[in-house]
Design a binder for this molecule. Sequence first.
Ligand code: UN1
Length: 524
Amino acid sequence: MARTYHHLVGGKQLASDHTFESRSSSNRADVIGTFPEASKEQVREACVIARNGFRVWSKTPAPIRGELIASIGRALEREKEPLSRLITREMGKTLKEARGSVQEAIDTCNFFQSEGRRLYGQTVPSEMLNKELTTYRRPLGVVGIVTAGNFPIAVPSWKIIPALLTGNSIVWKPSEDAPAVAYAFAKLIEEAGLPGGVLNVVFGAGRGSAGQYLIEMMDEGLLDKFAFTGSTAVGRQVGEVAGRNLIRPTLELGGKNPMVVMRDADLENAVTGSIWASFGTAGQRCTSAGNLIIDAPIFDAFKEAFVAAAAEIRIGDPVRYEDVLYGPFINERFFGRWSSHYQWAEEDGATLLYGEGQITDDSKPPGWLGDPNAGFYGWPTIWQDVTPDMRQFKHEIFGPTINLVKVDGIDEAISVANAVDFGLSSAIYTNNREWAYRFKSEIEAGMTSINNSTSGAEAHMPFGGIKGSGNGTRESGIWVIDTYTYWQGVNDDVSGRLQLAQMETAYVEPGELVSVESLFEGSS
Ligand code: UN1
């Protein structure tokens, strides 16, 4: 019998009438736990409790908050292995990647623990004597957070850790696809000693459930900030509700990330990078490559090497086989969305180079391991003759699929790379300095790699996109601090009288007018 878990609200466990199960992505018979589905009333209650948590937490000195972040990092380090195994079991990424994503959360703690001893403001000179100007970062209040299932610990940590460090309280609705990992993360944060009510976790789904209710709490005036990772469509809704409540949301949305391979590239390196960017995590990263844009003179050579490499990919249950490149879809919903693009390709006229859709008993790629019926698995899928007007070129597919698009030269490569409504990540393989320079300056994307994968951003760099990939907010590093704080400018007048800015600033009288010509008249 799988255990039943509860919401974590106000430092207490809270049950719901409705529940749902979390099952292993690679073995649908394996039930990890039963989780509650929050009612609107419960989400509201969590927000009200978080307000009390904010009062306590915002008054805790920032260096002490930093110490607590350090404790969370140590707890994550201690539990790294079981936590990584839980990620692999629940969501289906490989153990190597799961360890990497726990490490990403640890790195985030390492970065922010000492930020508690900085969190600098400025001292600024005043126009007037006996008056001091200073600036302070202040926390925003209660933050609503909704996260996706593909990065169940790294991406939540990008939000939760800096939000806590800067003194905010939180109501977090983790993905219904990975609630067990979220529960474990929240318990480790609790262990570090966070006061009750500062981090509140409510479980449930999105539309018509806890996620939607949490968004609606902005309209009830119960939230001061919202941070969301997920689809562009839901991101727009969050942005609309936030906008009418004058809240600046953090929106990390979809991607259709271009990867360009130029004629001078190191072909072997480019093929290895393209295989990883396209098929790693079964393509279920918002930073996965979406279109491979290949320079005409090397198109055929690249294609041949790439298809040969795809045929060697090991795929299977990552719980049983540690060395697979990728495992299952998170669940049937993700699988269904991916498999429908085969239909698009047929209707829009793309040519299938490699792949046979779902992996089944009768259709297994050469590197397959295990029982294909235990989860939902997809063939590595490669298309050619793809053009920018096709749906599979434009839309995020979120699965192990890639389009080969032929271009001629750097100008066409950049314009095709920019021909999508997204702008999250991007990459170019070239050793030509001018082409690399042009790409990084002309590509419309928040993140760019030169001779590396579109995925794999480090935890102290600004993460985020432009165009349909977000609203320009950034996570991670020093940049995220601006999104969880507001600036307060303070002027402190010790003159004992009313000094008027702009009006009483005549400390210096101008001297006589100087004409350089007249200074030297008659001196030749
Ligand atoms: C995501 O898929 O939502 O850059 C985040 C990367 C990871 C994070 C991906 N560090 O691929």
